[in-house]
Design a protein around this ligand. Structure first.
Ligand SMILES: Nc1nc2c(ncn2[C@@H]2O[C@H](COP(=O)(O)OP(=O)(O)OP(=O)(O)O)[C@@H](O)[C@H]2O)c(=O)[nH]1
Ligand SMILES: [Mg+2]
Length: 194
């Protein structure tokens, strides 16, 4: 067993083993989840109807192929967020993206409540909060952290912290923050799969 683990780690180090990760993307309706997944998987920007049922797509970030579920944020679909997390065989290997529209102050209270709920039922899975639509006037990262009532000392890609949690700011339209998001996901995957 030890030899096998050692050999697997060696192959991994050489880059011979295919790395796979799983991801769910949640957040209130209109936050920009489907638009972001299209940009990550196909690098295209399209208009979408509000998501009616879960949709899966793949994308590659560095050397990791992610299988990503966009679960839809309309009120009636939110019960699924919990089910998909519970259905994951190993929550430490699942990454959760929670998207928040930084241009819509009216939704922040509801987003905060849903996020804090999600932090409970996702069983310690790494949580990346993505502030969306930064090509338009809206909250900056510090204001978003405050509005969502997050402890800034807990944020970052720190493998020794009890839970990996971070906040990144992204625009699917201008692609600002998208390379940093991909980089974050691949690093988080390697920390969680050590
Ligand atoms: N300006 C700007 N608009 C964006 C961006 N991302 C998404 N949008 C717009 O925001 C609206 C909602 O985007 P969607 O991706 O459909 O949102 P969603 O989170 O999937 O919404 P549900 O499916 O209802 O949960 C659309 O009009 C998008 O064009 C962005 O980065 N910048
Ligand atoms: Mg959608």
């Amino acid at each position: 067993m030890f030899l096998f683990d050692w050999f697997e780690a060696f192959l991994n180090w050489l880059g011979f083993l295919k790395k796979e990760g799983s991801l769910i993307i949640i957040g209130l309706g209109n936050a920009g989840k489907t638009t972001l997944l299209q940009v990550l998987s196909k690098d295209v920007l399209k208009a979408h109807m509000p998501t009616q049922r879960p949709h899966m797509d793949h994308f590659v970030a560095s050397n990791v192929t992610f299988k990503a579920w966009d679960l839809g944020g309309q009120q009636g679909l939110r019960a699924l967020w919990r089910n998909y997390t519970a259905g994951s065989s190993d929550s430490s290997k699942l990454i959760v993206i929670f998207m928040v529209d930084t241009t819509d102050p009216q939704q922040l209270g509801e987003a905060k409540a849903e996020l804090h709920d999600a932090l409970e039922y996702t069983n310690g899975a790494p949580m990346l909060i993505v502030g969306s639509k930064i090509d338009r006037p809206g909250l900056n990262r510090e204001q978003l952290i405050q509005a969502l009532d997050l402890n800034s000392h807990m944020l970052g890609l720190n493998e020794n912290s009890p839970r990996i949690m971070d906040v990144l700011m992204v625009s699917s339209v201008s692609r600002k923050g998208v390379p940093e998001l991909m980089n974050w996901l691949s690093k988080c995957h390697s920390i969680s799969n050590k």
